[in-house]
Design a protein around this ligand. Structure first.
Ligand SMILES: Nc1nc2c(ncn2[C@@H]2O[C@H](COP(=O)(O)OP(=O)(O)O)[C@@H](O)[C@H]2O)c(=O)[nH]1
Ligand SMILES: [Mg+2]
Length: 391
């Protein structure tokens, strides 16, 4: 007999006790007193049991609600975040995309199909958008092949084709997003940040610290750009703003020693991520190479796996100079990924395409403003979409 049937039959038995005439007043009051009767031990046990079952059911339901409502909430926030992210990306790349489009529109005005002349103009546009000669030629070549196959490619289709070919050229960013999570068993995850003066290293470290912190990770920053006092102070402002720990020494102290202290402190604090700022004096390549080499050696003494990443920060608004920076730094040290800054306020956003194609180093982040939230994980699809957005 099921639990409910048992309970029911017990209750029924109780009501069967009502052998009185329902219409008589005396019977009614008697019946009332019987229904108030203290339930038998067995019934009581069953009721208790049911109460327990209900409590358990309620707890399970609460837990389920908790489990199932969280992802819903997260998805909602994620969607909201993505929308915001897209909007700020569009805003950040506005100057680049507007200039790109006005040039393309001019090139195809009055033309119905993509011909030799249109391709020539397109080549110029890509070069002037700082995509770089090599990458431009690659893109033009691919479009030429398509035009050769289909002689009547309409000029309206040009931007679609261009978008496809450009996306195909940036090979690297899909994997990056998947590999983006910090590896927990390699805690702390150490990131060395390099790049020329003024590229945006310190600002980007502040933004990255905020990003990693928002993922619930514990971040420690090291001020290994000891060349100028202002550099240490600037990083301190960021550390205070983001509310993460900063490890620093006096101005002029050995950057490698600061890096060592930072890692040591991060291990003690059980931190997840270490971000190390460096000085970027490119005027003396041998010095730079020595300095970065020493920082790496010293970090390895503490933990042979480190640094897990060496991010090169390059100023995207410098066009061809950004290529030069990438070239110089890849010569002095192994770079694992790029962070391209200042893509807002420049019409040279095309630099991202060229650099990603030519150096085959994945772009991990892009900087689209000076504020803490103006850092995005580079997503090639979103980037190209935004670059091609007609306002
Ligand atoms: N507009 C804009 N400015 C940026 C961006 N990233 C950095 N900056 C600015 O570039 C300047 C140099 O940055 P800083 O972090 O000091 O460069 P560092 O010398 O490499 O450490 C500062 O004025 C920053 O506010 C960005 O993505 N967009
Ligand atoms: Mg700096």
């Amino acid at each position: 007999m099921s639990f409910f049937n048992k309970l029911f039959s017990k209750k029924k038995k109780n009501s069967d006790k009502s052998v009185f005439d329902k219409d008589s007043v005396a019977d009614k009051s008697l019946e009332k007193s019987i229904s108030k009767e203290v339930p038998s031990k067995e019934v009581k046990e069953l009721i208790d049991k049911q109460t327990n079952v209900n409590l358990v059911k309620k707890a399970v339901k609460n837990k389920k609600d908790e489990i199932f409502s969280e992802p819903k909430k997260n998805n909602f926030i994620k969607k909201l975040f993505n929308k915001e992210k897209k909007e700020s990306l569009n805003k950040g790349l506005k100057i680049s995309s507007e200039s790109f489009f006005s040039k393309i529109s001019k090139a195809i005005v009055g033309k119905s199909k993509v011909d030799e002349e249109v391709l020539d103009e397109l080549e110029e546009i890509l070069i002037s958008s700082d995509v770089g000669v090599k990458t431009t030629l690659k893109i033009i070549d691919r479009i030429e092949n398509r035009v050769a196959k289909d002689k009547y490619i309409n000029t309206n289709e040009l931007d679609l084709i261009l978008k496809e070919e450009i996306t195909a050229i940036i090979k690297n960013s899909d994997e990056i997003i998947e590999n983006f999570t910090i590896i927990n068993d390699k805690k702390p995850h150490v990131i060395l940040v390099v790049g020329v003066n003024g590229a945006g290293k310190t600002t980007s470290i502040g933004k990255m610290a905020s990003y990693y912190k928002s993922l619930g990770l514990k971040v420690v920053i090291g001020a290994a750009d000891t060349f100028r006092a202002a550099a240490i102070e600037q990083l301190e402002v960021w550390a205070n703003r983001v509310k993460v720990d900063l490890i620093k020494q006096e101005m002029g102290s050995d950057p490698a020693s600061v890096a060592f202290d930072t890692l040591e402190s991060a291990i003690k604090k059980d931190a997840d991520v270490v971000l190390i700022d460096t000085a970027g004096r490119l005027h003396n390549k041998a010095n730079l190479m020595n300095e970065l080499g020493k920082i790496k050696r010293v970090l390895k003494k503490k933990n042979s796996d480190t640094p897990h990443e060496v991010i090169l920060v390059i100023d995207g608004s410098t066009g061809q100079n950004a290529f030069e920076q990438a070239k110089q730094f890849t010569k002095v040290t192994e770079i694992t990924s790029l962070l391209v800054t200042k893509l807002d306020g420049t019409a040279k956003g095309g630099v991202v395409l060229g650099i990603s194609d030519q150096f085959q180093i994945p772009i991990k982040f892009i900087g689209i403003g000076e504020k803490i939230e103006d850092l995005q994980i580079f997503d090639k699809k979103e980037f190209v979409d935004s670059f091609f957005k007609k306002s």
